[in-house]
Design a protein around this ligand. Structure first.
Ligand code: BTN
Length: 269
């Protein structure tokens, strides 16, 4: 079900047990003329899509959810929505976690969970990490609507009960912090937080406010990174992201390089 704020804001949700890909369903809806504000949510995907043409594993009990909207914003602003999604979902998972940490009995010496709970952080361009391991990925797709405007599809896959194995990076699942967490609870938190951050973005504060929040919760600032780009690997120090959301890396010679697309690995490997 949709949480109160999302329902009041006119969002809908269509839930599934198992589907091919919720992003594919959302694109089909846009093709069919659906005007948006609709979530497609599933407990399992058999053909989940990841970034850069990769597959995304969504075994049963994890959350696959895609939101289709038709924003009333200029085309040049639309890439900013990836960051809106990142900060909204980051905030949602972070809000779930204090609870998770407490319920799993992870208490600090002072009786609170501070400093003990997993830190949820953002990894460029928009992965979500818990204690440094990937817990969720976001895939943004755009589709020009026959009826006019651009449909934006924001897909998020959350490792709720299982993390895939054999990936070239560390991955984890929310169940590692609390075995009782379920996909419906996670979905409601994401859908509610989306409404809040979309209003901040759409209501005048725009991408700069969103990027500011993104920076506050970025993983690996100041760390060595290796960035795999179409042209090869760039090594350097991850400095920040700029106001347009580019990754800024300082290389050995002190050049600041702005990167628009690529995969980031922390460390030098
Ligand atoms: C990534 O590569 O990190 C992005 C993964 C995005 C996966 C989600 S699951 C819901 C939606 N439907 C898909 O087929 N992919 C996205």
């Amino acid at each position: 079900p949709l949480p109160p704020r999302a329902a009041a804001a006119g969002y809908r949700v269509i839930g599934f047990d198992s589907v091919g890909s919720t992003n594919a369903l959302a694109i089909d809806a846009a093709k069919a003329g659906d005007g948006g504000k609709v979530w497609f949510a599933a407990l399992q995907q058999t053909e989940g899509r990841g970034r850069r043409g990769r597959a995304w594993e969504s075994p049963y009990g994890n959350l696959a959810a895609s939101l289709m909207i038709v924003p009333d914003a200029p085309a040049s602003a639309l890439p900013g929505l990836g960051f809106v999604a990142g900060v909204a979902f980051d905030a949602a998972l972070a809000r779930l976690l204090p609870d998770l940490a407490l319920r799993s009995g992870i208490d600090g010496a002072d009786g609170t969970s501070d400093g003990q709970r997993a830190r949820i952080a953002l990894k460029w361009p928009n992965d979500l990490l818990a204690d440094g391991a990937k817990i969720a990925g976001i895939l943004l797709e755009a589709f020009p609507r026959p009826a006019g405007g651009t449909a934006i599809i924001i897909g998020i896959g959350v490792n709720v009960v299982a993390a895939p194995e054999g990936l070239p990076y560390p991955a984890s699942a929310l169940s590692a912090f609390n075995p009782a967490i379920d996909a419906a609870t996670v979905f409601e938190a994401l859908a509610e937080s989306w409404v809040e951050w979309y209003e901040i973005w759409n209501g005048g504060q725009g991408t700069p406010r969103v990027i500011e929040r993104w920076r506050e919760n970025a993983a690996g600032v100041g760390a060595e990174v290796a960035v795999q780009r179409p042209g090869g690997v760039l090594r350097g120090i991850f400095e920040t992201i700029d106001d347009a959301g580019h990754l800024i890396v300082r290389d050995d010679e002190g050049h600041r390089i702005a990167i628009t697309a690529g995969d980031v690995h922390f460390g030098t490997t």
